[in-house]
Design a binder for this molecule. Structure first.
Ligand code: XMP
Length: 494
């Protein structure tokens, strides 16, 4: 490893190519190659994709898309300090998007009117209500079909399918078992009932179908999409973590610019004291000491990258940072497999994504690469652009992408309308805001990235992502080609 570290010192993605090896892959098919990777001590992904906790990248729409594509999104904390509810809401939207088993299905009493039932269906957007008595014992099911061609005056009990005519299941069931039951009995809804007759949950064939259509999606034990959420290390961070965990965020990320710090030590200790072993990733660090420091405090994952990000000016403004490939090699050696690493920042082309996974990342966090896609938050604005060939002005749609430490993002986070200009200037920005062309959905982009990863696995001589990483780490000299200036031009200038 020290040879590799010597080789990559001072270097980053554009300094290297990998030598192609004898390929054993018959088809570079993402559905066939195993791309499973570890996000943190207890969480795995089927695709090594993480969308960055930036306020111009990841809110619920992006987190849903990335999780459905097999990765995970981390909801940013770029809401005004003290405003916890908007971030919690984003987490809830993701958690409610898909179900395997609906743990808290909408219910109605047997004596409610059919009009009230219709109104409840409209409000909640669901077409099935479980009819329960005051003690939550299941009495029947009412669906939109039961309301067809009826007046609205009668009571729910007059139109519901009563319990004795329902197919139900007592106790826990896996989605596969539920599907079998529903197929055998030709039903589309399966209420789950506790031994005392009270409601335990509901499974619908529609939900199961969605699950089947997206076999690589990142889901929790109840079939809901997984999502992470970022907090800081000071201010409202513990209260924020409490609310996010209550909303069942799957992982909390303590994200600060310099994670190897006294502030981080205090934050992790306080987090562990209050939330026990809730899944926790912390960062960012870029050195072996930084990784060991976080591991010694019991985190479940580490985010690596100081200053490689597209929206970052940390290195320009402070001269501190570590080129990302060096950081990844150094941090991987220090982590020694104890917890997974997220390679965070600097991935601007698909080949760099492959490098991030090869040199040290278990997963890769993407910010700028996803910027401008439909799923990113923020408005699209039309900006005039002069075409050089014709000197004509056309209007092109743009979206904003900005570093979370940019002055603009800080100003939005603080309620600074009344603040003195000097206070705002004193904040010391380490990021910038840029306009990026607005483009279509992020999904084809993520699929392309994954296809290119599969091709890279084929070139590497491996049969899976884990094998590619293992083969490289056992024998890096076999792979690494350090580029000359002309080699770099030949490789990447297009
Ligand atoms: P990419 O290159 O994918 O990087 O856009 C995303 C990562 O950049 C980091 N980030 C920042 N770093 N100042 C910084 O020094 C900032 O203002 C800033 N905003 C984001 C962050 O780690 C993100 O995941």
């Amino acid at each position: 490893m020290s040879d590799l570290l010597d080789l990559v010192r001072g270097c980053t993605f554009d300094d290297f190519l990998f030598t192609p090896q004898y390929s054993v892959v018959q088809r570079r098919d993402p559905a066939l190659l195993d791309l499973t990777s570890r996000l943190s001590r207890h969480l795995s992904l089927k695709r090594p994709l993480v969308s960055a906790n930036m306020d111009t990248v990841t809110r619920s729409e992006m987190a849903i898309a990335v999780a459905e594509e097999g990765g995970i999104g981390i909801i940013d904390r770029g809401f005004r300090s003290g405003e916890i509810e908007p971030q919690v809401r984003e987490v809830q939207i993701v958690k409610r998007k898909q179900h395997g088993i609906i743990g808290d299905p909408y219910t109605i009493g047997p004596d409610a009117t059919l009009a009230a039932a219709a109104a409840r269906m409209r409000q909640t957007g669901v077409g099935t209500l479980v009819v329960v008595d005051d003690t939550r014992r299941v009495l029947g099911l009412l669906t939109t079909r039961d309301l067809r061609f009826t007046g609205t005056g009668g009571a729910v009990r007059s139109r519901m399918t009563p319990r004795e005519r329902l197919v139900t299941h007592s106790g826990a069931v896996e989605p596969a078992g539920a599907e079998e039951l529903m197929r055998t009995h030709k039903v589309k809804k399966l209420p789950l009932i506790n031994p005392d007759g009270t409601l335990r949950g509901l499974i619908t064939s529609k939900d199961l179908m969605v699950q089947r259509q997206m076999p690589f999606a990142t889901r929790d034990g109840q079939g809901r999409l997984r999502v992470g959420a970022a907090i800081g290390a000071t201010g409202d961070y513990l209260e924020r973590a409490a609310e996010l965990l209550r909303a069942e965020a799957d992982v909390i990320v303590i994200d600060v610019a310099h994670g190897h710090s006294v502030v981080m030590a205090r934050a992790i200790d306080a987090f562990r004291k209050q939330f026990g072993d809730a899944e926790l990733i912390a960062g960012n660090v870029a050195t072996a000491d930084g990784v060991r420091f976080l591991l010694d405090r019991g985190v479940d994952g580490v985010k690596v990258g100081i200053g490689p990000g597209g929206g970052c000016t940390t290195r320009l403004n402070t001269n501190y940072g570590v080129p990302q490939v060096q950081a990844l090699v150094e941090c991987r050696a220090a982590a020694a497999g104890r917890v997974p690493l997220i390679a965070d920042g600097g991935v601007r082309r698909h080949g760099a994504f492959v490098q991030a996974l090869t040199f040290g990342g278990d997963t890769v966090m993407l910010g700028g690469m996803l910027a401008g896609t439909t799923e990113t938050p923020g408005d699209t604005v039309q900006k005039p652009v002069v075409l050089p060939e014709s000197n004509k002005t056309v209007h092109v749609p743009f979206k904003v992408f900005r570093g979370m430490a940019s002055l603009e993002a800080i100003v939005d986070r603080l309620d600074v309308e009344d603040a003195e200009a000097a206070d705002v200037e004193a904040l010391g920005a380490e990021g910038m805001e840029v306009s990026v062309p607005a483009r279509g959905s992020v999904r084809p982009l993520l699929r392309d990235l994954i296809k290119h990863l599969c091709s890279a696995i084929s070139y590497s001589g491996a049969g899976s992502l884990a094998e590619m990483q293992e083969m490289f780490r056992k024998n890096p000299e076999r792979y690494v080609v350090k580029l000359s200036d002309s080699g770099r031009r030949e490789s990447f200038d297009r």
